[in-house]
Design a protein around this ligand. Structure first.
Ligand SMILES: [Zn+2]
Length: 357
């Protein structure tokens, strides 16, 4: 059995439609009343959008529901699903803590409450029955002012028990005139010894070479092999890994067909750039990680060997995976040790030497 590492998943987009629908109904939400029945809601929630901007609006919808009080409910279901249906051994969960604090509070009060949110998510994600190694990535956000984003970096540095890195979200096509600000924040984060990833080179208008030197991993980055393959060599030298989320590009209208990813993978493999395959928003897409893998195989985007290379890369680039190897090798060694101690556990044919077949 293979176990997987997931490096790019948003807390907001990780709620599967059925869980969100039940929550809305149980809490008598006005949102549920907008839909006649569950299929209507599911269709609204998971249908492809025309642009990244429209797609990101959905995040706002879920964020408004994921308050401090509701977070344990959603995180518990997320961890349970990830363990039972996705065979995850490792999960980095990302979100913007400020957007989970009560809206009626002042900015400084909301900043103060962020630590609480990190704590709630941290404690809720550690579940004895579903033992996944997990950590949080705190996202700075394009919609937020500088002071809030800086406070997010500070909080990440102060919460190492639960937080492994920072990210930048909100649509890489709009960083524009705030780019210098984000460069400075990333430099600040690195000076504090924080790990970094960032949404960049996802859309055609999201190519910001100035950010690249500060990123240990690149959120999406598909426009690098597509539009700027000359950068791949530098990425390989820096040991940067792309977090590729196949279904996202179809849902946001960035790509029209999965087959367009073939050149992305081929160019990365040729240049020696590592790729981790991720879900981004497994709930919103209704596509879990093993199905992302399978889709790439059935569409001949990658072969089995390349898939395994990507799965290995995910563990290698995980910010806090505590072992040198993938979990299967630990399991295999354990089983080997067991069979040496208990020869009867060996396959019968191996014991009956000389009996022939
Ligand atoms: Zn993302």
């Amino acid at each position: 059995m293979a176990l997987y590492a997931e490096l790019h998943r948003h807390l907001g987009g990780s709620v599967v439609p059925r869980v969100l629908w039940r929550y809305l109904q149980r809490n008598g939400s006005a949102l549920a009343e907008r839909f006649s029945d569950y299929p209507a809601f599911e269709n609204f929630y998971t249908r492809p959008r025309n642009t990244l901007d429209e797609y990101l609006e959905l995040h706002t919808l879920v964020e408004s529901v994921q308050t401090e009080v509701a977070l344990p409910y959603f995180v518990y279901r997320l961890m349970r699903g990830a363990y039972i249906f996705e065979n995850l051994a490792y999960l980095e969960l990302r979100y913007t803590p400020y957007l989970r604090t009560p809206e009626h509070l002042s900015q400084s009060e909301r900043i103060e409450r962020m630590a609480n949110v990190v704590d709630v998510v941290g404690r809720s994600s550690q579940i004895k029955e579903y033992p996944i190694v997990t950590s949080q990535i705190l996202c700075m956000h394009l919609r937020l002012p500088y002071e809030v984003n800086r406070a997010i970096v500070d909080l990440a540095a102060q919460s190492r028990e639960y937080v492994c890195a920072i990210d930048l979200a909100g649509g890489d096509n709009h960083y524009g005139d705030r780019l210098e600000e984000f460069v400075e924040l990333y430099a600040y984060a690195r000076s504090l010894g924080l790990n970094t990833t960032g949404h960049v080179y996802e859309t055609r208008d999201g190519c910001h070479p100035k950010l690249l030197p500060y990123l240990m991993r690149i959120g999406h980055g598909i426009q690098i092999p597509l539009q700027h393959p000359e950068l791949l060599q530098t990425l390989a030298e820096r040991g940067q890994c792309l977090e590729i989320c196949p279904t996202t590009y179809l849902k946001t209208g960035t790509l029209t067909d999965l087959s367009e990813l073939k050149v992305v993978f081929d160019r990365c493999f040729d240049a020696g750039v590592d790729v981790a395959i991720c879900t981004d928003n497994a709930g919103l897409h209704n596509v879990r990680l093993p199905f992302e893998y399978e889709n790439l195989l059935t569409h001949d985007v990658i072969d089995f060997q390349q898939l395994q290379a990507c799965q290995d890369a995910a563990f290698r680039h995980a910010f806090v995976w505590p072992h040198r190897h993938r979990p299967e090798s630990l399991l295999t060694n354990l089983l080997k040790a067991e069979t040496t101690e208990h020869p009867l556990l060996l396959e019968p044919t191996a014991l009956s030497s000389g009996a022939g077949e």
